[in-house]
Design a protein around this ligand. Structure first.
Ligand SMILES: Cc1cc2nc3c(=O)[nH]c(=O)nc-3n(C[C@H](O)[C@H](O)[C@H](O)COP(=O)(O)OP(=O)(O)OC[C@H]3O[C@@H](n4cnc5c(N)ncnc54)[C@H](O)[C@@H]3O)c2cc1C
Length: 417
């Protein structure tokens, strides 16, 4: 590996994770990114209209996200996070006004479900055995096929968990994928469910430290470099075309890692089978610092339009996943509707709506349906020096930070092998 040149296309978390591992192994990494900044879908930026720095979506990491934790450790970014001392997921039901916190204990055995004040309000201990049905789910089954709706736990845990983690409604989300996620998080006990919240923002925690480390290891990064095409000769990539930015020849012993999003990869690589369906996420940012909530906290909301309310330094940020039904509504209308939920969720009374911003991501993640999962390729392609990474490749995980980083690590390993 030592000194081998690897061209990494795309500086999202998948590309950064791969680049970090490759550079650590002694490779000469060249990173090309179409945008002027790294981070892709997981980054922070200054919203000039709102007058503060915001994250492109509220990303929740937990201590059991093994690849993400390794990435944070390797990029020496641990100090940029606030790590919760215990697993705690506070919720409010806007229909009834009930509030509760799901508080798994750190033990692997989930005895916390026996304690009413640690489980979902209105649920019974034995309801949680339903989770085991996911384990036996058949490949084509959805969450709703396996966990029939109508119960308190479905409304207050299974549905919010599926929508938040898979960005797909339970009626069409893969039950097997939810089981994978559930077994690797809740299944490992509360020790793996301590939330990690960036002190400043996603870029300061997950992007800038990785870029610093890459620079220290001699990697070269070129921004504003959009790959327009690649030439394949004799079963290998021979050159990369960056349009007006020029062409880069790829020698026979060099490798190319495409860490771009699925539609871009499908355009660039002939005959690539990749996910073709995506789901949207709507974010609402409000320029307010509620005095009654910590500036590093979050709250799950059921029975309203808002789903997760994050209180951050200088603003409150709301995420609604699997939000395709909201995408066509006007920003003004969404800001009003979501603000009413925030008022109630955070006990803000009749506080007038502050300065706001709605951000709609139509293609936030691929749709986690059984059919789309079958379209996820591995990191190795039929072209001997071309590799793939990205949250949409076959990581066994949903489209998440953890999935993206896993894909980057897997691709780096495949390149070394
Ligand atoms: C609003 C929102 C909320 C989210 N919430 C969560 C959450 O709570 N928890 C969680 O774990 N995950 C969440 N996610 C998902 C998470 O952000 C992604 O899974 C992850 O960031 C994907 O990383 P990636 O590197 O695979 O892809 P990307 O981040 O898309 O990176 C691809 C990179 O390639 C670049 N690129 C594209 N085309 C080219 C080209 N032709 N040439 C050069 N460069 C190119 C892009 O500019 C980009 O930087 C959320 C996503 C969104 C959008």
């Amino acid at each position: 590996m030592h000194g081998r040149r690897v061209h990494v296309i795309g500086a999202g978390l998948a590309g950064l994770a791969a680049a970090m591992r490759l550079a650590k192994g002694g490779a000469h990494v060249r990173l090309y990114e179409a945008a002027q900044n790294a981070g892709g879908r997981c980054r922070s930026y200054l919203d000039v209209e709102l007058g503060c720095r915001v994250d492109n979506g509220n990303h929740l990491l937990v201590s059991g996200n093994d690849a993400a934790m390794a990435y944070v450790a390797e990029s020496e970014a641990a100090a940029t996070f606030i790590v919760r001392e215990m697993a705690e997921f506070p919720f409010v039901d806007l229909r009834s006004g009930e509030r509760w916190s799901v508080r798994p204990t750190d033990h692997r055995f989930p005895w916390w479900v026996l304690l009413a004040d640690r489980r979902v309000a209105g649920s019974r201990a034995w309801d949680y055995l339903q989770a085991l049905k996911l384990r036996g789910a058949r490949i084509g089954e959805t969450v709703k096929d396996v966990l029939p709706p109508g119960s308190v736990l479905y409304d207050r845990l299974w549905r919010p968990l599926t929508v938040a983690a898979l960005n797909t409604v339970p009626e069409e989300a893969s039950a097997r994928l939810l089981w994978r996620l559930f077994s690797e998080t809740f299944g490992r006990g509360g020790a793996g469910l301590h939330a990690l919240l960036p002190r400043e923002g996603l870029s300061e925690s997950l992007v800038d430290p990785a870029l610093r480390l890459l620079a220290a290891r001699g990697a070269e990064a070129s921004f504003g470099h959009r790959l327009r095409g690649l030439t394949i000769a004799s079963g290998a990539v021979a050159s990369l075309d960056f349009g007006a930015k020029g062409q880069v020849d790829v020698a026979a012993d060099e490798a190319v890692l495409l860490a771009v999003n699925a539609p871009v990869a499908a355009d660039l690589v002939p005959d690539l089978i990749a996910p073709t369906e995506f789901r949207g996420i709507v974010n609402a940012h409000y320029r307010i610092e509620p005095g009654n909530a910590s500036p590093h906290s979050f709250l799950g909301v059921v029975g309203g339009t808002a789903e997760w309310v994050f209180v951050k330094p200088g603003h409150v940020s709301v995420t609604i996943s699997a939000a395709d039904h909201l995408i066509d509504r006007t920003a003004e209308d969404l800001a009003q509707v979501i603000w009413r939920d925030v008022q109630r969720a955070l006990d803000l009374g009749a506080t007038p709506m502050p300065h706001w911003r709605i951000v709609k991501e139509k293609r936030a993640t691929f749709a986690a349906t059984p059919a789309q999962l079958r379209r996820r390729p591995g990191s190795v392609t039929s072209h001997h020096n071309l590799f793939l990474a990205g949250d949409w490749t076959d990581t066994g995980w949903p489209s998440t930070i953890e999935g993206a980083i896993r894909s980057g690590f897997a691709a780096a390993q495949a390149i070394v092998a």
